[in-house]
Design a protein around this ligand. Structure first.
Ligand SMILES: [Zn+2]
Length: 213
């Protein structure tokens, strides 16, 4: 098996509980479910419709606020932003608007208006999206293309424990729509591949990356 992120040879393991096979790259710490466990679009949509994302829910607001509290001090003073894969809600975009950042939002299922290819952003945020992607490297590259030079990309996805036995007990891969898994190291390797600066991570689920000027 070849790693889809860094193209190195990677090993595999099977989770005995579910019989799902995973690929595991020790170089970039990328883990992925074997292809037959990737779901088609309509199955994913049914699952997403079950997500309870109530914008008035204080817990949901606090959840995004934690993301912003880590991210905003690292990204300079952007005027424009895009929330990529916002889901049903535009709550994160409105929180960014309140910070004085004019934020567009896009979601392939709920807000699928085509983004203008010519519009570039100073900040792109994407929370709980990357674990769903069939082609995370390609999406990472396409987001960089939507950034101005020197712009920032802030991603949230739960980092896996980077230990196969601990991984099997981990809750995050049990969601059938979660198919690919990262650590901060995976994003460091992507930064090397695409010539970006790895600005920082919170050791848990957030990375901030800068597209070099
Ligand atoms: Zn790799």
């Amino acid at each position: 098996m070849i790693c889809h992120i860094c193209s190195k040879e990677c090993s595999g393991f099977i989770d005995e509980k579910t019989s799902i096979e995973y690929g595991y790259c020790e170089t970039c710490e990328y883990i992925f479910k074997s292809h037959e466990h990737h779901q088609d679009f309509s199955t994913q949509k049914e699952r997403y419709n079950l997500h309870e994302n109530d914008e008035n829910d204080e817990g949901y607001q606090a959840y995004f606020q934690r993301f912003l509290d880590f991210t905003l001090p690292l990204v300079g003073k952007p005027n424009t932003a895009l929330d990529f894969g916002c889901g049903r809600s535009s709550l994160l975009a409105s929180l960014l608007d309140k910070e004085g950042i004019d934020c567009d939002y896009y979601d392939p299922i709920y807000h699928p208006d085509i983004l203008s290819d010519s519009k570039k952003y100073q900040l792109i945020v994407s929370t709980e999206v990357f674990e769903h992607l069939h082609q995370p490297r390609e999406v990472f590259e396409s987001l960089l293309e939507r950034l101005v030079e020197g712009g920032y990309l802030a991603l949230q996805t739960q980092f896996h424990p980077n230990d196969i036995e601990a991984f099997k007990k981990w809750y995050y891969h049990q969601d059938p729509t979660h198919i690919v898994f990262f650590t901060a190291q995976t994003f460091r390797v992507l930064c090397e591949i695409y010539g970006c600066e790895f600005v920082g991570d919170n050791g848990k689920n957030i990375v901030v990356i800068r597209k070099y000027v």
